[in-house]
Design a protein around this ligand. Structure first.
Ligand code: LCS
Length: 396
């Protein structure tokens, strides 16, 4: 096997964890579309189950195509290993099952992806789990709700959809002072722009559905813990709950991740220009984008991220009535949820991605009715701007 240590990120997305197929030498990892793997004899089967011998057993427990994808992301996130899951939500539920006990308390970012909050508030609460979702960009707000039974601090930064930014290093220090496990949803930044484990987080996870795969054709998730101890604990939760990634899905994710650096660079370049264009537009009331000096955590974003990314949100002076006209008038950007794909997508969080969060909690988290979110894609900037311009012209 070739030595793949110390690769630059742009190289690592293509090569990390990848080795030519040992059977025929295929450059692209084959899809090992097999649910189970033959043992040469009973002793080998027993040795694999006992962990005395490496090798595959059963695809829910491990699969070569999935492993190639997991190794790639573990390398990109500088962690102990990767655990690929069926969706981003499967990653979160796997983590919560692994880390929470009955009557444990969790603190999370209030402006998270709606279902990431409701999973805890609706389902984990049934087992006695207590929670506080607060503005985690405010360290005092976190401190104020730490309890003796707090087990997990869970931060999404940048947050979906407000683009609010939490200080990863400070959150890690605070969590560790209190013996709390600190995990970060790094979906919006991707490993190209931010590596939470390097800033002190214990676990990082992604919705692979977004930037990592990047082609809006699969759902997926991945978890990267920092230590072997956490990896083993979370792997057990994943193998028992069964939310593993399928080999064909892993193969697509592996194909997608190879262009991650290129896609993030291009979409970010477009987003920087579009954010400025929108901020200067007479019909726009506000824009929240970490690449604009007007963003409340602009300096923090510069410190902990390698770029502001390609998600932004804004409100029109005419409120949501104007936003609705705008959204309905876009030609190029599709009116669809999800993000991080090659194509630009536009949506209205209060009535779509975050509709499941009760209005009062949503508004407290800054997810106001006028908020429109754009995931800026890799089309030409000129076409993207022209699309927005013709739609804004239709707004009074
Ligand atoms: N984390 C973040 C930050 C997300 O944005 C999403 C999905 C998830 C986790 C869950 O991942 P999934 O299970 O969907 O792979 N966000 C979506 C969004 O903003 N629109 O549609 C899905």
């Amino acid at each position: 096997m070739k030595d793949h240590s110390n690769l630059d990120t742009a190289t690592a997305v293509i090569h990390a964890g990848q080795h030519p197929d040992p059977t025929f030498g295929g450059v692209s990892m084959p899809i090992y579309q097999s649910s189970t793997f033959v043992f040469k004899d009973a002793a080998q089967g027993a040795a694999r189950f006992a962990g005395r011998e490496d090798g595959y057993i059963y695809t829910r427990i491990g699969n070569p195509t999935t492993k190639a994808f997991e190794d790639n992301i573990a390398y990109l996130e500088h962690g102990y290993g990767g655990l690929a899951t069926a969706t981003g939500m499967a990653a979160l539920s796997t983590l919560l099952m692994a880390l929470l006990d009955k009557d444990a308390h969790i603190i999370g970012t209030d402006a998270v992806y709606g279902p990431s909050r409701m999973l805890v508030e609706v389902f984990f609460a049934k087992f006695g789990v207590e929670y506080d979702y607060v503005d985690t960009s405010d360290l005092d707000a976190i401190k104020a709700c730490i309890r003796p039974n707090t087990r997990v601090l869970f931060v999404e930064t940048p947050a979906n959809p407000t683009m609010s930014i939490s200080d990863i290093r400070a959150c890690a220090e605070l969590a560790h002072e209190h013996g709390i496990t600190f995990m970060v949803d790094n979906t919006f930044a991707s490993p190209i722009l931010q590596n939470p484990l390097d800033l002190g987080a214990d676990i990082v996870y992604h919705s692979v559905t977004k930037f990592i795969n990047g082609h809006s054709d699969i759902c997926g998730g991945v978890i990267v813990p920092k230590t072997k101890e956490l990896f083993d604990q979370i792997k057990k939760s994943l193998v028992y709950n069964g939310g593993t990634m399928d080999p064909h899905q892993s193969w697509l994710a592996l194909r997608g991740v190879k262009s991650l650096a290129l896609r993030v660079d291009k979409s970010q370049e477009n987003a920087i220009k579009l954010a400025k264009y929108l901020e200067e537009h007479s019909k726009i009331a506000w824009v929240n984008y970490p690449g604009l000096p007007s963003h409340p955590q602009y300096e923090l974003a510069k410190q902990q991220m390698r770029g502001p990314g390609s998600l932004l949100c804004f409100g029109l002076k005419g409120g949501f009535a104007a936003g609705e006209i705008l959204i309905n008038s876009m030609n190029l950007a599709a009116l669809a949820v999800s993000l991080g794909g090659l194509e630009s997508l536009i949506q209205h969080p209060a009535s779509m991605t975050h509709a499941g969060v009760p209005r009062e909690k949503r508004e407290q988290a800054g997810i106001t009715d006028d908020l429109v979110r754009i995931s800026v894609g890799c089309e030409s900037y000129e076409d993207q701007r022209a699309d927005l311009e013709q739609a804004l012209n239709k707004v009074d």
